[in-house]
Design a protein around this ligand. Sequence first.
Ligand code: ATP
Ligand code: MG
Length: 207
Amino acid sequence: MAGSGNTNKPEAQQRHRQRMQRKKEVVDAAIARADQTKGLLLVLTGNGKGKSSSAFGMVARALGHGMRVGVAQFIKGRSDTGEEAFFRRQAGMTWHVLGEGFTWDTQNLERDSETARRGWGVVQKMLRDPEIDLVVIDELTYPLKYGWLDMGMVLSDLKGRPPMQHVVITGRAAPQALCDLADTVTEMRDVKHAFQAGIMAQQGIDL
Ligand code: ATP
Ligand code: MG
C-alpha cells in the first residue's frame, strides 16, 4: 500500500495523535457552543437525487425515538412507493397524499390551485398540532413555483407552528424566502443520474 511504510513510524503516529487532539478540541468547542434546542425547519432542494429519500431517513429516525410523524406529499398522481408502503404500517405515523385522484393539470389553473389549497389545509392541521413532532412536506416547491399556494400564507403557517415541531420540506428550486426562513438548507447537486443513461426508475432506489 502506498505510503503505508511511513505511518507505522513513532513520529508519524505522534503527529497523527496531535492532529486528532487539535481536531477534537475544535469539535468539542463547537458542540459546547450549540446549547439551544428548538423545532427546526429543513429545506432539501437542488436537481440531484436524494431529497425525498433523505426526508424519509429522518422519518425513520424520528419514529425510532418514538416521535410522532406526519407526511404530506404534493405529488402529481398516485405512485406506489416503498416508503409509503413501509411507513404507513408504522405506529405514530400519518401519511397524506395530496392530489390523490388528480393529475396536476396546468391547463386548468383554477382546479390546480383549488387542489393545492385543499392540500395545504391538511398541512395546516398538522402545523397546528403540537402532538406531531415532525412534519414532512414532500415536493412543496412545485405548488409554490406555479403560484398555486400563496407564499406569504405558507411562511406564516410555518412560523406559527409549535416551537418544538420539526418540518422538512423537499423539492427542486426552493424559493429564496423559504430558504431564508429555514434553519438548515441542503442543495443536492446532480453529478450524474442513471436515468440519463436510459435506465428506468428502479424499485427500492427511485420509488
Ligand atoms: P429521491 O426520492 O430518490 O430522493 P428526489 O426527491 O431528490 O429523489 P425528485 O425531484 O423528487 O428527486 O424526483 C423523484 C424521482 O426522480 C426519483 O425517482 C428520483 O430517482 C428521480 N430523480 C431525481 N433526481 C434526478 C435526476 N437528476 N435525473 C433523473 N432523475 C432524477
Ligand atoms: Mg422528491
